[in-house]
Design a protein around this ligand. Structure first.
Ligand code: ATP
Ligand code: MG
Length: 393
């Protein structure tokens, strides 16, 4: 008898299958990410995770068999998975496979169907094509349904693996990407706005472990941006379980800049300080690059000239995954990952403090450096880092 609930999950990974020698390393991290993330929301669901050729087989406990909805939404956020399927274990005897397929499909309401078998067990005496035909014929005879190969309402997948044969009816799309933690560490500058959480998503998607840094001007402004950033990091935890957030006090630096510099250059000066501080934090954390949510031309500070002047302050690579995105595309992604609703809540951006209506759109590096020269940058930066608060999520 076929189990009432799926007993296994077959997980297919995406690019990591191509990674040659690194493959074992990638698989190990992906497997551990799957286990930790599922344990976090539905502890005791996984009996074990087996690594088969090119895929994982998750064995579900009875608890897990009853928690498929939350397990599904969790696995959909595990980077590195191309797709997965909740599966039923059957036999390697063709008559039993037939019976179980009929029983499984009987649980659904449909008129047209297709059988899609995959056969990688050398001991199994039938080809995938024979299975498709034989099982298809049984379903037609027993359930009086019609075959439609190109657009069926129901699909009966049969995976004949070395160890056992599994049935399922749905392939669930994963996030693709690379397992978080396989590409090293980066610092993401998180502002409280819409863009930077999306930049963080793209860092995580390529396997980066992310450390968040937020600059705030409390007590000159309210704590709203800090609250928003905390909530955003909570949301992004669905991709990376453990996160670290640096909250850096920026008011003193802003006041020093206000006293001594050309108002038109203030935003650029703020940004250069932010980058330098983010870089110091990166070095302490052994992070290899800095991510920002900048998109070309979106606001005055994001012209190519100003980006170049800000970039000059950094030694590490500054990565801007959204550089070619339209605002609408960024918003769509922010909605999809669940950060948009938080980002649009009101807060006063620290970069708007003491800033004129028309800041420089084409700042010149020599002017900026001249303005910076009168500031005690090293001390300001050291003090900001020393007073930073670290929160662990
Ligand atoms: P966002 O929507 O992320 O705020 P934005 O389009 O409003 O981006 P800016 O405010 O010009 O752009 O900021 C550009 C980038 O600089 C941000 O995406 C973020 O990475 C970084 N940044 C700006 N302000 C802060 C801040 N207060 N703390 C940390 N990073 C910041
Ligand atoms: Mg902003």
């Amino acid at each position: 008898m076929l189990n009432k609930f799926p007993t296994h999950i077959i997980c297919h990974y995406s690019e990591i299958a191509l990674k040659g020698q690194n493959r074992i390393y990638f698989e190990k991290i992906l497997k551990s990410n799957i286990k930790r993330m599922v344990d976090e929301i539905a502890s005791g669901s996984i009996k074990k995770i087996e690594r088969l050729r090119g895929r994982f087989l998750i064995h579900l406990t009875e608890n897990g068999q009853h928690s498929t909805d939350i397990i599904q939404s969790t696995l959909q956020n595990v980077f590195g998975l191309a797709y997965f399927a909740f599966a039923y274990k059957t036999d390697s005897e063709i008559e039993i496979i037939k019976k179980d397929c009929v029983e499984l499909l009987q649980r659904f309401d449909f008129t047209t169907f297709r059988v899609t078998a995959r056969q990688i067990n050398k001991q199994f005496p039938f080809s995938a094509q024979t299975l498709n035909e034989e099982i298809g014929a049984a379903v037609i005879a027993k359930l009086k349904k019609k075959v439609n190969l190109s657009a069926p309402e129901a699909i009966c997948y049969i995976d004949v693996l070395e160890e056992a044969t599994y049935l399922y009816t749905e392939k669930i799309k994963g996030q693709n990407g690379l397992p978080v933690g396989t590409s090293g560490k980066v610092v993401v500058m998180l502002s409280g706005g819409i863009d930077s959480p999306v930049a963080a998503y793209y860092a995580l998607k390529r396997g980066m472990q992310v450390i968040y840094v937020h600059f705030h001007s409390v007590p000159l402004v309210s704590e709203a941006s800090i609250e928003k950033v905390r909530d955003t990091v909570e949301v992004l935890k669905k991709y990376q379980l453990n996160a670290k957030l640096y909250l850096v006090k920026f008011a003193e630096i802003q006041q020093a800049i206000m006293v001594d510099s050309n108002p038109k250059l203030r935003v650029i000066l703020y940004r250069r300080f932010m980058i330098k501080i983010a870089e110091k934090i990166s070095k302490n954390e052994n992070a290899k690059a800095i991510y920002t949510g900048e998109a070309l031309g979106q606001v005055a500070s994001q012209t190519i000239e100003n980006i170049a002047v800000v970039e000059d302050a950094a030694e590490l690579p500054v990565i801007r995954p959204l550089i070619g995105f339209d605002k609408q595309e960024i918003i769509r992604k922010a909605e999809e990952i669940g950060t948009y609703e938080i980002s649009i809540l009101p807060h006063q951006d620290c970069c708007t403090l003491y800033v004129p209506k028309h800041p420089a759109t084409k700042a010149r590096l020599q002017d900026v450096i001249k303005n910076e020269a009168v500031l005690d940058s090293d001390q300001l930066i050291t003090r900001a880092i020393e007073s930073a608060k670290i929160e662990i999520f």
